[in-house]
Ligand binder design. Structure first.
Ligand code: ZN
Length: 201
């Protein structure tokens, strides 16, 4: 399986990192070795600035390529919550040199994933997501503020990359990203329901 991540999909987050609002989806990938299903995340030694990015995650349930937007909803059946951990210091260096971001985004365990729910449980245009750190809300957003909808993302990405069953799409993070530190306890919520827990070690 592979992990596809959408960047800059909430306007307020694009602004906080001083990025332009994109006119088409920005995407990048993480390998399967990035997936973390356990509850502990160990800060890697190569970065001094690992940022949390809480994101709604789609689980692909049907293989496809060149998927039309009107049929895209048939290609995912579950929605969950994940964190797109980002070595912001390294990403900044890559950006300045015009280099790819892989070192900052694709490292081991950089994609914690929580519980999944059947998508029928949700109004897809109104799903709240929230990240608390040690009880304090750090990020809060709603799928209604996505610049590119789930269907648009699937249609766009599948023009370039075939989707396979079990692939995950991290759909972008709302504003409020920041660094984590040892001892932090992260809790992610979908529509107020606890869906992800992680301890920073
Ligand atoms: Zn992200």
């Amino acid at each position: 399986m592979k992990i596809i991540c959408i960047g800059r999909n909430y306007a307020e987050h694009a602004k906080e990192l001083k990025n332009e609002i994109p006119t088409e989806p920005v995407f990048f990938m993480k390998p399967d070795t990035a997936l973390l299903k356990e509850k502990d995340f160990y800060l890697p030694g190569f970065s001094n600035e690992i940022h949390h990015e809480i994101e709604l995650v789609l689980k692909i349930s049907k293989a496809g390529k060149h998927i039309e937007e009107q049929f895209a909803h048939k290609y995912f059946d579950e929605i969950g919550l994940g964190i797109d951990f980002t070595a912001r210091d390294i990403q900044q260096q890559c950006k300045e040199k015009g280099l790819p971001w892989e070192k900052a985004k694709a490292f081991d365990n950089s994609a914690p994933i929580g519980k999944f729910f059947k998508k029928e449980k949700f109004d897809l245009n109104n799903i709240a997501l929230e990240l608390k750190i040690s009880g304090e809300t750090k990020q809060a957003g709603n799928s209604k503020d996505l610049l590119f909808s789930f269907d648009k993302i699937i249609a766009y990405v599948s023009q370039f990359v075939s989707l396979k069953v079990g692939d995950l799409i991290y759909t972008g993070t709302p504003k409020g990203v920041g660094a984590v530190k040892i001892g932090d306890k992260l809790q992610g919520f979908i529509n107020g329901e606890l869906a992800l827990e992680l301890n920073i070690k």
